[in-house]
Design a protein around this ligand. Structure first.
Ligand code: NAD
Length: 422
């Protein structure tokens, strides 16, 4: 042990490593490979300036890109704009991406990136300058055969368009495959925007079937009404579920009879936040997690279910739309209480699955219909769920352990085959 902490050490990194350690011990993973997997292969920290809209003010910000495992093919992972972004968070997210891609069988290792800003505090033109400069700073690390960014918290298809344009400008020709989650007009895939939410709902459906809960009429509470949460809520409602609560950064709204999401969407378009939505009770983000419901979908951010509140969760089923929403202690409490948890690496894999479809379509310049995309996603997501459930039963472990086990095993096997250089 050195006296210096690992550069990427943080609570979230420790959670990712603790999950790896627990699983690796159970599966009796080769210790050399186990040790290797605890650290990211490449981490880049940059700081860079950008001009505020008044032109004379120049602010400096920090950005990150981490590639966890380069064994499986190019690396893949989102870009997050948030004030809490730091190397430890990005590293944990990159590690989860590795297991997720391996679990689903996608030819990628895990990566993640981010810039430490509050996107709500910047104008569109400032966000464009930040994005372009960030892309330039990490340009040596990314590329369609190297590392392919995608949207995550605080970023969207417009941010991906600016990244693609900046990268292409440097190459001298259009390179659509450098990012996924792009607008359709520049090589995006139909169905990508909704894909993570759609995959979450596939898992809700499969888990409900397993638990004997009817999806039709099931009461669903969703924390986070961004890309993942709002699409999951809409698709679940379209399948007959009753969405009783949703929330955003300012708080949530609750109606036990079910929210009218068309009205909610119209309200958000006009007012940007859920706050003040008429005809529903307001709830805090913390209260939402403890509401009387059948299915809880945390789809905002990490570390939401902890030893403080896991004992109060009333849902029978938790499907993790967000990455890392459940602490190790909360996991144990939920397991003991018989709450069925579909873990992030399985539940929110729909996003990277359709990102993979987008990357394939860009490489072939042959684009699929939305039905094709959705059908293939459904097949992959439900097969992954069922295979993981069978594995969990066989090994007598929970769904998180089973998901991590299957993912880690594939990466370990690839590492063993490729060997150690030199
Ligand atoms: P987003 O930025 O579109 O939405 C985030 C939502 O969370 C917003 O409603 C925001 O108001 C809310 N929020 C932000 N801070 C909050 C706080 N402190 N408390 C409560 N709510 C808060 O982001 P997204 O892309 O939907 O990502 C949400 C989660 O899903 C993240 O954990 C992300 O890593 C994960 N994820 C996203 C994708 C994807 O395709 N976008 C794929 C896999 C996993």
């Amino acid at each position: 042990m050195t006296e210096h902490a690992l550069e990427w050490d943080s609570p979230m990194y420790r959670l990712a490593v603790a999950q790896l350690d627990q699983t690796a011990a159970l599966m009796r993973l080769d210790e050399n490979i186990w040790d290797r997997l605890r650290m990211p292969q490449r981490s880049l920290i940059v700081s860079f300036p950008f001009r505020r809209d008044d032109y004379n003010t120049v602010d400096s910000v920090q950005g990150y890109r981490v590639q966890h495992v380069l064994t499986m093919g190019p690396t893949k992972g989102g870009v997050r704009y948030d004030l809490d972004v730091h190397l430890g968070e990005v590293t944990a997210l990159a590690m989860w991406m590795t297991w997720k891609c391996a679990l689903i069988g996608l030819p990628f290792g895990g990566a993640k990136g981010g810039v430490r800003i509050d996107p709500a505090q910047h104008t569109r033109s400032e966000l464009q300058r930040i994005t372009r400069r960030y892309t330039m700073e990490i340009i040596e690390m990314i590329g369609p055969d190297r590392d392919i960014p995608a949207p995550d918290m605080g970023t969207d298809e417009q941010v991906m368009a600016w990244m693609m344009d900046t990268y292409s400008g440097q190459k001298g020709f259009a390179v659509p495959g450098v990012v996924t989650g792009k607008p359709i007009e520049i090589g995006g895939s139909l169905g990508r925007k909704e894909a993570t939410g759609r995959g979450v709902v596939t898992c809700v459906g499969e888990a409900c079937r397993h638990l004997g809960i009817a999806l039709e009429g099931a009461r669903v509470a969703v924390q986070g009404y961004g890309n993942v949460g709002s699409n999951a809520a809409r698709i679940a409602a379209a399948k007959g579920a009753r969405v009783v609560a949703v929330s955003d950064v300012k708080g949530g709204i609750h109606d036990a009879r079910g929210l009218d999401l068309t009205k909610v969407d119209a309200w958000v378009r006009e007012h940007h936040f859920l706050e003040g939505f008429p005809g529903a009770d307001s709830v805090s983000n913390g209260e939402l997690l403890e509401l009387d419901c059948d299915v809880l979908v945390p789809a905002a951010l990490q570390n939401q279910l902890t030893d403080k509140n896991a004992g109060n969760v009333r849902a029978r089923l938790v499907v993790e739309g967000a990455n890392g929403p459940t602490s190790l202690e909360a996991d144990a409490i939920l397991r003991d209480r018989g709450v069925f948890v579909v873990p992030d690496v399985l539940a929110n894999a729909g996003g990277v699955t359709v990102s993979y479809f987008e990357w394939v379509q860009d490489a072939q310049q042959l684009f699929w219909t939305e039905e094709e995309v959705n059908e293939r996603l459904h097949k992959i997501q439900s097969n992954a769920f069922r295979a993981t459930l069978d594995f969990a039963r066989d090994k007598k472990v929970d769904m998180r352990t089973a998901s991590l086990w299957r993912g880690i095993e594939r990466v370990a096997e690839a590492k063993r085959r490729r060997g150690v250089f030199p």
